[in-house]
Design a protein around this ligand. Structure first.
Ligand SMILES: [Zn+2]
Length: 309
């Protein structure tokens, strides 16, 4: 069972808003933003405005349906390398680590086991490694993690070897996972090409990303904690992800819709002190979310993809 108070504590919505605004300020103060003129996946110039948040335009490509932030940090170190960010990252995950392993890591392994019972696994963007901590009981694991201090932490606390850059890796893997990564990178197309190059011919890639065609996105609008450039730069739906896969000659073999829409809406209502409705959502969280998931309207989507033969 999902513990809503652990995942969406009272100040959740406000805190994510502050985190986003601070990140924008930090980028502006350092290397600044650059404008994205053409769609980073299909190169089309045709786009329409999706929303403006913190004065940043988020637009949807008319050709491939990808939604993307019209600006990107010139230097991604401005977003991911400050010691403050890393400290917060390690702390935030430590508090709920055991819960995340039991609730989410176990579920992820179960899905992977349908396809591969054993073999090698590379987790891209592994962070503090709560997924790998569980995965290493079943597979031979490595991670990719940009932060030097987190990589050191992984080695000394979990004995897991991780790489700063995927280009340093010589071997090919049976499974590559990328949970909530593709929305953060400068180019989803380059990212997918890069991880595909480290995949065995019959290997599989398992990706989690927010789903823009969802209840959470349509209800929360600019108050959406998932709508947060410079952290999240890309917002997929099933169609735009399918387009991306075709581009890199891969095919989707499984799609799952599983979100936290009701939890995120609960987070906002809690903040706005709409106690009655917030409590109603909390009491009925599991059933309501199941309804949303079954209608493929969840704010998170998962794909298993493979090479086209
Ligand atoms: Zn496009």
């Amino acid at each position: 069972m999902i513990n809503l108070d652990k995942l969406r504590p009272i100040n959740f919505n406000l805190n994510s808003e502050i985190k986003t605004r601070d990140a924008i300020k930090f980028v502006k103060k350092n290397h600044g933003f650059r404008k994205i003129i053409v769609c980073p996946v299909c190169k089309s110039k045709k786009k329409e405005l999706y929303i403006i948040q913190n004065k940043i335009k988020i637009v949807t490509c008319r050709n491939c349906n990808l939604t993307y932030s019209e600006v990107q940090p010139q230097n991604f170190d401005d977003v991911y390398s400050s010691e403050d960010f890393l400290k917060k990252q390690i702390n935030a995950y430590d508090k709920t680590r055991k819960y995340r392993i039991e609730r989410f890591a176990v579920e992820r392994i179960k899905i992977l086991k349908k396809y591969k019972k054993k073999g090698s696994l590379l987790d891209f963007g592994c962070g503090t490694g709560w997924f790998l901590e569980e995965a290493k009981k079943h597979y031979k694991v490595n991670g990719v993690e940009y932060s030097d201090s987190i990589r050191k932490w992984l080695k000394s606390n979990l004995g897991i070897t991780s790489f700063k850059d995927i280009a340093q890796i010589k071997e090919k893997y049976d499974i590559i996972t990328a949970f909530d990564v593709i929305e953060h990178v400068p180019s989803p197309l380059n990212f997918l090409q890069k991880i595909k190059s480290k995949l065995k011919k019959d290997g599989l890639i398992f990706i989690y990303t927010p789903n823009i065609d969802s209840l959470g996105f349509s209800y929360l609008r600019e108050k959406n904690n998932l709508l947060c450039p410079p952290h999240h730069l890309f917002y997929f739906n099933k169609n735009s992800f399918q387009f991306l896969c075709n581009k890199v000659k891969m095919k989707i073999v499984e799609t799952q819709f599983k979100g936290l829409d009701i939890g995120d809406i609960y987070g906002l209502l809690n903040r706005q002190k709409s106690k009655k409705t917030a409590n109603f959502l909390k009491m009925n969280f599991e059933k309501l979310q199941e309804f949303v998931d079954r209608n493929n309207y969840s704010n998170h989507i998962r794909f298993i993809i493979k090479n086209k033969n």
